[in-house]
Design a protein around this ligand. Sequence first.
Ligand code: GRF
Length: 200
Amino acid sequence: MSLKLAILISGRGSNMQAIHRAIKEGRLDATIAAVISDQPAAPGLAYAQAEGILTHVVEKQKGEDREAFDRRLIAQLEEDPPQIVALAGYMRLLSPAFIGHFHRRIVNIHPSLLPAFPGLHAQRQALEAGVRYSGCTVHFVDEGCDTGPIIDQRVVAVLPEDTEETLAARILEQEHQLYPACLQRIAEGKVKVEGRKVLL
Ligand code: GRF
């Protein structure tokens, strides 16, 4: 059965585009109920609109706390309830209430081999640590920072001449393959979580 997704973005949305391409090309059995951005100027919104995907902007209001903001986000999502909420460059921390509401149904992609280099600037952290390999991780979201059960990872070699930009670009190529592939495994019912781990 086709997997119903909602995708949250804040910026260019290249992972959202990769997911959409995979659907169009028949590599991912899913539908996108909506793309939601917290940033009205997110470049990814234009792509989604041009492709006929429903988009919404849920923007933080002045003085609004995270819980109140997330309540509005939940209400927007529940207008057409998704099975999976896919974060694709969504730059806001989610409240425990949001994570509880969509328990084990929120998926994120992160540009490092977690648990190494969580949080911001993962590629810069990898270069500063001098690791020879980095990569990307798709994982379920829990209340920690990039700590939820790992669904799958791709390894990318760090080259001596790498800058943050070149490393980020090579990791991104892998992200664009990994994210749709993981969602397809979820669509096929092949991703089972036991305790803190996804079963191999
Ligand atoms: C990606 O590197 C992703 O791993 C991270 O934020 C970036 C988003 O890029 N979470 P895009 O908006 O999908 O192009």
